[in-house]
Design a protein around this ligand. Sequence first.
Ligand code: UD1
Length: 428
Amino acid sequence: MDRIRLVGGNELHGEIPISGAKNAALPLMIASLLTREPLVLENVPRLADVTQLEKILENHGVDIAVHGRKSAALDGQRMTLQAAEIVDTTAPYELVSTMRASFWVIGPLLARAHEARVSLPGGCAIGTRPVDLFLYGLRELGAEIDIDEGYVVARAPKGGLRGARINFPKVTVGATHVIMMAATLARGTTIIENAAMEPEVTDVAECLVKMGAKISGIGTRTLTIEGVDELHGATHEVVADRIEAGTYAMAAAMTGGEVLLKNAKAIHLQAALDKLTAAGARVTSEANGIRIYRNGNGIQAVDVETDPFPGFATDLQAQFMGLMTMAQGVSHIRETIFENRFMHVAELARFGADIKVDGQLATVTGVPQLKGAQVMATDLRASVSLVIAGLAAKGETVVNRIYHLDRGFERLEDKLSAVGAEIERVTG
Ligand code: UD1
């Protein structure tokens, strides 16, 4: 199994190109199920989750062509997806269980084929992650839903889904994607209240509009979708990955140096950039990206609470905790989105970090110097917090079980070594 070996202590200097966002690319690929015409996506990242979703979509009858899959350049792939016919409305356990987002096919399948049989999802083990709000929304659109042997079996009413008012009791990115996609082909108007307004939701909404969907309120808490009879093909570029950008910003803050995060947009991660600034990094937004800089000054302890966008992203919590392990003083990190997202704490302790967890609250007392260690990747974002802690630690670090990293970070070791990190992948 692959590992990452790195030696800490180098400052990072240079440019890191930020890839297309995994969390936008996956629902955009799924949106191809909504039309018989080709959907062309530019800037699709090369990630294991993307390849896995290709398999799932091909099983439903989507024809997929990828341009640039093997390219050594760090630009994204161009992917053409065409679902001329939906040949199978079942998403089987073997394909769905490794990736939660694959459950989202349920929305487009129901909307276009009027039925879906989708395995309950897997994905990162960061809490119970129920699907009740997806089912609530789909039922409101008129679907009849049963759970049968681990599968959600859903049927649209005669004539297809119908528009409805859906008020989510809590903000959910996944269910907002699914209901928004399903509603594009429903009869009548759907209003989603308390919708997620993450940049990836906005990106998908903008692509759906290019495909002929009628959506207003994009980027706000209330989405209004007027159903149309059919959608058509379109070309869309995947938005830059704010989580990848935030991760490298934290890496640069930890090691010191100066890095330009090319293509990243500050408004997509302002909450995290504000915390980095408070911690002592210098952050400037430029025309072609975000520049992050820290000279010899120490890192200050800063408290953080995760929240739906525009708040501090749960997907950056582990990395920020990594940074706080070497801050001057005590910081408090509260996770409000998931109940089990502190699995990186035990691994960070192996670097000599001082972290105490009480329920959803972690208290981090900074130490003057982390020391390299053998650590184990547990989930996607936790894994990368171990890499960035290793970059700042003294001596050698080996991160085991890195398949989690390959799910979400494109060419991590190439990007980091290009800016001066001593890092390599060890195969086998
Ligand atoms: C969440 C994050 C997203 C992140 C992703 C991967 C938020 C709001 N969402 O998205 O930014 O990229 O994790 O780490 O920060 N929930 C239910 N019932 C449901 C659906 C969700 O109770 O049917 C709960 C979840 O358990 C969670 C919260 O609602 O506590 C947010 O869920 P949701 O946004 O759907 O999760 P993801 O789409 O995985």
